[in-house]
Write a protein that binds this ligand. Structure first.
Ligand SMILES: [Ca+2]
Ligand SMILES: [Ca+2]
Ligand SMILES: [Ca+2]
Length: 393
């Protein structure tokens, strides 16, 4: 049966439950002004709400579930559908020869059209449409529909959410249990337009909170602009490296628990492409000895970005050194001699040295010293003594 309301000048329907009617939950025909608010409209055989020739209809903060068709307006009706939760209907909203604004609603689990417009005008903004199966929003060529600032996610057949919209997981608290509040860190937080939005959300919370209106029926208490917190370490925290090839260790967390991506730069001007977040990366420093800084940016699902950096000194140029045997004497009568040693390095400094009589067989590396005892091979006149000074690290 229908719940038919016809010919009244003003109708207000609040805080009711309309369920399991054979055809229509609420059928409004000809009322001048109608407000349908805070009702549960569920499991009606055809229409949840049907309005015909209704020049001022406001449908807000209703829970509209498991109907064949959620809301239909026709016959030059003018309707605004705000802050409603649509869950599990076949079709969400339909406009026939009417004007229909659909703002700040959450649509999930629809099996048919989410919205359809025939010979109509419409504004579709700030809505979440998620986990629906069929075409999202359609209109015929005689209709004019503005679509923007929506989040369309995980629908079998998707559509453009508008130039300022997104296609990202809205991070509901618990979709399976029908809890369509936004979780902390949801990309929908603070990302909607303030144009045409109600001043409270579907449960009466003030809107906006923090930095802007949230997409969907819920205005959450969370700040939508918190970027990830992260760190970068070059070569395990080493102070120096003798190679431009380095290994980076990354770590980042976000209030959403999702760090979506990262990118890198040697100069904070030229960045790599965004790539999936991971905890390690090989990275090439720019050439030329000196202090190098590597920058990383981490991004969350709401496109909030943080920047971290680490430094390391690149030192490729070898030390220069000298060796003097027996104070520079031309001859010695004993193979035991004193070596005088000196070495300098413009980078990390000189840390170790090793010695050889033949350039092939070397001592083990040892701490640098300005003098050292040494035994020449016999005959001394055929010996060759070489110094090889090495770097730290
Ligand atoms: Ca907000
Ligand atoms: Ca809320
Ligand atoms: Ca965040």
């Amino acid at each position: 049966m229908n719940r038919l309301i016809s010919g009244w000048s003003s109708v207000t329907i609040v805080n009711n439950t309309f369920t399991s009617n054979g055809i229509t939950g609420i059928y409004l025909r000809l009322p001048t002004t109608a407000t349908v608010a805070n009702n549960i409209i569920t499991k009606n055989g055809n229409f949840g709400i049907r309005a015909d020739r209704s020049p001022s209809l406001l449908v807000m903060q209703n829970t509209i579930t498991s109907n064949f068709l959620g809301v239909q307006v026709s016959g030059n009706s003018r309707a605004r559908v705000l802050n409603n939760v649509f869950d599990g209907n076949g079709v969400g909203a339909v406009s026939l020869q009417s004007a229909l604004d659909v703002v700040n609603n959450t649509f999930v689990r629809h099996s048919g059209w989410v919205m359809h417009f025939t010979s109509s005008t419409g504004i579709v903004s700030n809505n979440i449409v998620a986990d629906c199966s069929f075409a999202l929003i359609t209109w015929d060529t005689s209709s004019s529909v503005m679509v923007d600032y929506n989040d369309f996610w995980n629908n079998t057949i998707n559509a453009s959410p508008g130039p300022n919209g997104m296609q990202q997981d809205p991070l509901f608290v618990d979709l399976a249990q029908g809890n369509l509040h936004l979780r902390r860190g949801s990309p929908c937080i603070d990302r909607a337009t303030s144009v045409g939005t109600p001043r409270t959300d579907f449960e009466g919370d003030p809107r906006p909170q923090w930095f802007g209106v949230d997409i969907g029926a819920d205005e959450s208490p969370y700040n939508g602009r918190i970027p990830p917190t992260g760190s970068i370490t070059i070569n395990g925290g080493a102070a120096y490296t003798s190679s431009t090839a380095t290994n980076l260790t990354l770590s980042a967390t976000d209030d959403s628990s999702i760090v979506a991506s990262m990118r890198f730069s040697n100069d904070r001007t030229n960045w790599t492409s965004w790539q999936n977040y991971s905890t390690s990366k090989t990275w090439t420093l720019p050439p030329g000895d000196g202090l190098k800084t590597v920058y990383v940016q981490f991004k969350d699902d709401a496109d909030n970005v943080s920047t971290s950096s680490d430094t390391i000194t690149l030192d490729i140029i070898s030390p220069t050194g000298s060796i003097t045997v027996a104070s520079g004497a031309a001859y010695t009568t004993s193979p035991a001699v004193i070596l005088s040693l000196a070495a300098t390095d413009g980078g990390s400094g000189v840390s170790q040295m090793r010695l050889s009589n033949d350039g092939a067989s070397w001592t083990t590396w040892e701490a640098c010293a300005s003098s050292r005892t040494w035994t020449l091979p016999v005959p001394a006149s055929e010996s060759r003594l070489r110094l090889d000074a090495g770097k730290r690290g």
